[in-house]
Design a protein around this ligand. Structure first.
Ligand code: BES
Ligand code: MN
Ligand code: MN
Length: 453
């Protein structure tokens, strides 16, 4: 297997570059054709890798790509999930090289989607190709790569329900998360959920002269800022009544276990160019970004932001707010509590509207399963080290859905780094990580087949 990888290294990279050149931005309808082109590219590479039945499944949104290789129905089946869509590349001017012209610098691939998730799911296609080419695929494999992950996987739920039999598997394998560092491999054992809302505060029926009316009429931007500021208390806790009701507190033992993961606070601050961290009192940075829920403004707008000064009281102010959720919070419950609270704190003189966007359930995967053991052993084989179990802060809402609809657990075998700048300008993925992933994946199949005997 490793010789096959060695012999095909450059081609694997060239193919990934071709995929990275396709701007498959799911959020922006002007890229709709490119999104489809990326799906077709993936389909063709699945066929070329030796998988059967590779095809596009149309949805009301972007297509799902699916292929499979059933080597023996008696063997265990692995369902690989990934996403070929990417986040918008804006702001383009902050990229050192264009986002859709992949470039190598310092042993890293720079491009939008290099790590999230094109570079990561493509490792699976190449690992499967290598196993098939060397007669070493010990499990059945199904591959499902979707095109709407970055916009909330709106149509995937229906797709999964409608294709339950086709997708039936023993385990779901996903590479769309991070490891601690290239020296300290890790396996994420949980993901946060998400509740995303847009709020609008409206004052007078039109923009007003801030001299003529200022001081006498509510300014929606002032009001919105005060309302948002009141959503956290001095301890960094969220003030929405009932927000923490369903939060599962970890035991001291569980917290001590997670605290074993190496973490260098000084390096963390240096990387982000900040002079201090902040967050909820009583929790470490790692805990604040994984096992604790959050509320953050993602964008805020209103009034005059053009050149120079315009004296105006805006009629409307808006913000987009995300809440990261932990077990056993649900997006429905949290969105409802947020809405009720936010409307209730609106002062007289304005009206408030809350519009819910997409959401997703938090997810945890057990560490005492053969699936986790197989992944752990795969890391040991390829990295010479046992991976450290961690809890992740990001969200992959489909994991909870897979569990609910298929009754199958997901293994989060990601190979990225938090410093890969996912969703940011200059996203990158290490060549080391790309190739190490291709090397690690076949070990998972080997151990999983053996453990399921
Ligand atoms: N791959 C990420 C999630 C992720 C990143 C998990 C790093 C763990 C470590 C995924 O593509 C993503 O960005 N998810 C969105 C979900 C949303 C759009 C529903 C997120 O977390 O914001
Ligand atoms: Mn992703
Ligand atoms: Mn993402």
């Amino acid at each position: 297997m490793t010789t096959y990888l060695e012999a095909n290294k450059q081609r694997f990279l060239d193919e990934l570059f071709d995929l990275l050149r396709i701007p498959s931005v799911s959020a922006d309808s002007k890229f709709k054709g490119d999104v489809r082109r990326a799906a077709e590219f993936v389909r063709d590479k699945l066929t070329a890798a030796g998988l059967d039945k590779a095809q596009l499944y149309d949805t009301p949104g972007h297509p799902v790509v699916y292929a499979e290789k059933i080597v023996d129905p008696a063997r265990p089946t692995v369902l690989v999930y990934g996403h070929y869509d990417v986040q918008p590349a804006d702001p383009y001017e902050l990229w050192n090289t264009p986002p859709f012209e992949p470039t190598i610098r310092n042993e890293r691939i720079y491009a939008r989607g290099a790590c999230d998730d094109k570079g990561q799911f493509y490792m699976h296609i190449k690992a499967i190709e290598a196993m098939l080419a060397t007669d070493g695929l010990p499990c059945n494999v199904k591959v499902m790569i979707e095109g709407e992950e970055e916009v909330g996987s709106d149509h995937l739920g229906t797709f999964v329900v409608e294709h339950r039999d086709m997708l039936q598997a023993d385990v779901i394998l996903i590479s769309d998360t991070s490891i601690i560092s290239n020296e300290t491999p890790s396996l994420e054992t949980g993901l946060r959920g998400l509740s995303y809302v847009e709020v609008q505060v409206t004052g007078a029926n039109r923009d007003l002269h801030s001299g003529v009316y200022g001081g006498g009429v509510a300014n929606p931007i002032n009001v919105l800022c005060e309302m948002i500021a009141s959503l956290h208390d001095e301890q960094g806790r969220i003030t929405i009544p009932g927000f923490y009701d369903n939060v599962t507190e970890l035991s001291d033992e569980e917290r001590a276990e997670l605290a074993k993961a190496p973490f260098d606070l000084e390096e963390y601050k240096r990387d982000l160019a900040i002079n201090d961290v902040m967050g909820e009192t009583g929790y470490s940075t790692n805990e604040r970004t994984s096992i604790r829920p959050t509320l953050d403004v993602n964008g805020i707008w209103g009034g005059y932001i053009g050149e120079g000064a315009k004296t105006v009281l805006p009629s409307v102010a808006s913000a987009k707010i995300s809440m990261r959720l932990v077990p056993d919070q649900t997006p429905e419950e949290i969105t409802e509590r947020f809405t009720k609270h936010f409307v209730s704190i609106a002062p007289a003189g304005v009206t408030v509207q809350v519009k819910p966007h997409h959401g997703g359930m938090p997810y945890v995967t057990p560490v005492d399963s053969v699936e986790f053991e197989a992944a752990s052993k795969a890391f040991e084989d390829a990295w010479g080290k046992k991976p450290v179990p961690t809890r992740g802060g990001g969200s992959i809402p489909i994991t909870a859905l897979f569990e609910k609809e298929l009754g199958v657990k997901s293994i989060l075998m990601g190979f990225g780094l938090d410093s890969d700048a996912l969703h940011s300008p200059n996203e990158s993925y290490g060549l080391f990580n790309f190739y190490k992933g291709i090397e690690t994946i076949p070990y998972f199949y080997k151990h999983y087949a053996a453990l399921k005997q």
